[in-house]
Ligand binder design. Structure first.
Ligand code: FAQ
Length: 396
């Protein structure tokens, strides 16, 4: 990694630039993968495997193994739910942000998370599931979301720590997903990562301001980092030896790196950034290992991670209860959006686009009863989300 003295940039700027470089290179790869070089000779399995091996993207119209489809739905849905539930800890501070400027920035950030949830639900819909069903599974506790959002945001400094550490961990995990073998997920991830990197900067900037403020402010920043450090390390999932999906996901090029590889990258990045922040990471074992070329560190408590995943985190019940309440409160919005869509379709002389779960069917999508919408790539390379997810007017 570039050191601040070599580059003239702060460590934070240098890291940020390198993550964005990786996103841009994934975006270039996506464009070049658009023209297919792999020939289709009628053997569906062989064609799928050849596409993956050749770093080309599997698209909704392509045949894919059921297990690949199921694994993508599992991961993308969990990811979408995380973005939506992830709005809650920070939204808690919108009304108490310390200035108008901070409030405007936080509002925009929380809205971005809603947008990420929508791109991801739309990407999942291309696999033949409906957003309405996925949301139902979330609020009934049948589908997971990231453990991290079950911890409370107790002070304003927590908003900084969430931005720096939680968005930081999210981006380290998600930049490789820009190169996922499934096209709609990869395209959604490009846009999400660009926004996430900005979120990380705003968190870093809040902490930097506090850590260079009064002694009380610095103490508050340090306390927030102390509380968010290990839960952030746990976001990367169980250790490799007990990760059930990693090996198959890496063979399919859904995941590109193991949980422990990404956790290590995150630790190495944070050690340098903590120096710029003048804050300590709460791990006495943290030490550079010249042999490994990486920092030794203490792993998070994986038994705690398991408990939180099972729904026993400090705020688990509160998060789901809030989500259920806002989903119910949003019924009228979804109904109004569906009625509006039906009216617009009728005035265009076409049949009704229908309610949130019956969006326009993608001609290239898999046949299913749920009507997949599509995430395409606009001329600018940004995902264009069509169909129910955008029209459904979900209120997080
Ligand atoms: N929390 O075999 P593995 C964000 C589950 S977005 C809960 O290792 P895999 C943005 C896992 O699902 C944060 N569950 O699984 C933001 C599996 O359960 P299953 C979310 C976890 O899929 C910032 C089981 O344990 N990011 O932060 C966790 O290979 C600020 C076995 O695990 C993503 O979802 C956990 N931490 O690897 C928003 C990224 N870890 O399905 C607002 C996409 C594991 O068998 C504010 N997802 N599990 O029942 C991924 O990269 C992967 O799915 C992993 C897990 C790495 C999360």
């Amino acid at each position: 990694m570039t050191s601040s003295s070599e580059s003239g940039l702060s460590v934070e700027q240098a890291t940020h630039a390198s993550l964005l470089d990786q996103v841009e290179s994934a975006e270039r790869e996506l464009r070049s993968a658009a023209g297919r070089s792999v020939a289709q000779d009628g053997d569906l399995v062989a064609y799928f495997e050849a596409l993956v091996a050749a770093e080309q993207k599997v698209e909704p119209r392509d045949w894919m193994p059921d297990a690949y489809r199921r694994s993508l739905v599992r991961q993308i849905a969990q990811h979408a739910h995380s973005e939506i539930i992830g709005m809650q800890p920070e939204a808690n501070w919108i009304s108490r942000a310390p200035s108008l400027k901070r409030k405007a920035i936080l509002l925009a950030k929380v809205q971005d998370e809603a947008g990420h949830g929508l791109y991801l639900y739309a990407a999942a819909e291309t696999l033949g599931v409906s957003r309405a069903d996925l949301v139902e599974m979330l609020i009934e506790g049948r589908q997971k979301y990231s453990s991290i959002f079950n911890y409370p945001a107790l002070t304003w400094a927590d908003v900084g720590a969430i931005g720096w550490l939680v968005d930081g961990a999210a981006i380290v995990n998600q930049v490789p997903l820009c190169r996922c073998s499934y096209g709609p997920y990869a395209r959604a991830m490009i846009r999400i990562c660009k926004e996430e990197s900005f979120h990380q900067r705003q968190g870093f900037e809040i902490l930097h301001t506090l850590s260079h403020g009064t002694p009380r402010q610095k103490e508050m920043a340090q306390d927030a980092v102390n509380r968010w450090w290990y839960p952030s390390l746990a976001m990367f999932g169980p250790p490799d030896a007990s990760s059930t999906h990693s090996s198959q996901s890496m063979t399919w090029k859904i995941k590109r790196f193991s949980n422990d590889e990404l956790r290590q990258r995150f630790v190495d990045m944070c050690v340098q950034q903590a120096g710029v922040l003048d804050l300590a990471l709460p791990d006495p074992e943290l030490a550079w290992s010249p042999v490994r070329g990486a920092y030794d560190y203490t792993h998070p408590d994986y038994a705690e991670l398991e408990r939180v995943i099972r729904g026993d985190g400090p705020c688990s019940r509160q998060r789901i209860a809030h989500r259920r309440r806002t989903h119910d409160d949003g019924t009228w919005v979804r109904e109004a959006a569906a009625a509006h869509a039906a009216k617009a379709a009728a005035s265009r002389g076409t049949s009704s686009a229908g309610a949130s779960s019956s969006s326009a069917r993608s001609s290239s999508g898999p046949s299913s009863s749920s009507g997949p919408s599509s995430v395409g790539l606009s001329a600018a390379g940004a995902p264009v989300v069509a169909g129910s997810a955008r029209a459904a007017g979900g209120v997080p």
